[in-house]
Design a protein around this ligand. Structure first.
Ligand code: AMP
Length: 218
């Protein structure tokens, strides 16, 4: 099964993609994570993308399409994947259609996770992750059980994304509304779109996604 989690930054796409990866053996394909790896490694793509990402803009379509095209050709994606943060423009969605068609693959579901902007800003400016295992937390809604210690691995170093500040976040939201929201009618017309409430608790959102994947949520 191949699916897209579609939603603004902070909607919970990564959290839900990781859960689907654990429970269903699907591969999470996050262009944001891939680009952050490229930035950390100092590759030419990373050098080009880093400045744009920190400012909250979108990396050029050909760059992200190239990354995804290469990644979905790997053997492990044949068992199904979750696109998280891609596509973000209609041009990327059209390129994805071509990439899938060329590989004889199909898109089973596009799940829109809907959250209002004010909540997104609060979520994103409060989030941080364990520097050792990557477990995600939020200052107000999901702090570690013991302050300063990761629940999952006991790590004590935490990291914040460079673009998780209010100035970048407002730009990321503007990019979402202007460039990514047009994907909703695009996928609705293809009959693959379902919308769920991304403001519910993580477990309830997970159940809503499961319902869609089991064919009952449209
Ligand atoms: P994310 O982790 O999905 O929030 O992505 C972080 C940043 O990476 C975004 O704000 C963009 O600058 C860049 N990015 C990630 N995915 C894409 C994409 N599909 N198209 C363009 N830029 C992207």
């Amino acid at each position: 099964m191949n699916l897209i989690l579609l939603g603004p930054p902070g909607a919970g796409k990564g959290t839900q993609a990781q859960r689907l990866e654990r429970n269903r053996g699907l591969i999470q394909l996050s262009t944001g994570d891939m680009l952050r790896q490229a930035v950390a490694a100092g590759t030419p793509i990373g050098l080009q993308a880093g400045v744009i990402m920190e400012a909250g803009g979108l990396v050029p379509d050909d760059v992200v399409v190239g990354i995804i095209g290469e990644r979905i050709s790997h053997q492990d994606c044949l068992g199904g994947f979750i696109l998280d943060g891609f596509p973000r423009t209609v041009a990327q969605a059209e390129a994805l259609d071509n990439l899938l068609a060329a590989r004889g693959l199909k898109l089973d579901h596009v799940i829109e996770m809907r959250v209002v902007d004010d909540i997104l800003i609060e979520r994103v400016t409060g989030r941080f992750t364990c520097g050792t295992c990557g477990a995600g937390y939020n200052k107000t809604s999901q702090p570690p059980k013991v302050a300063g210690i990761c629940d999952r691995c006991g790590g004590t170093e935490f990291v914040r994304r460079a673009d998780d500040n209010e100035v970048s976040m407002r730009k990321r939201l503007a990019a979402f509304h202007a460039q990514t929201a047009p994907l909703l009618p695009y996928y609705k017309a293809k009959g693959v779109l379902s919308t769920i409430d991304g403001m519910a608790a993580i477990e309830q959102v997970a159940q809503a996604i499961d319902k869609v994947l089991e064919g009952a949520g449209k």
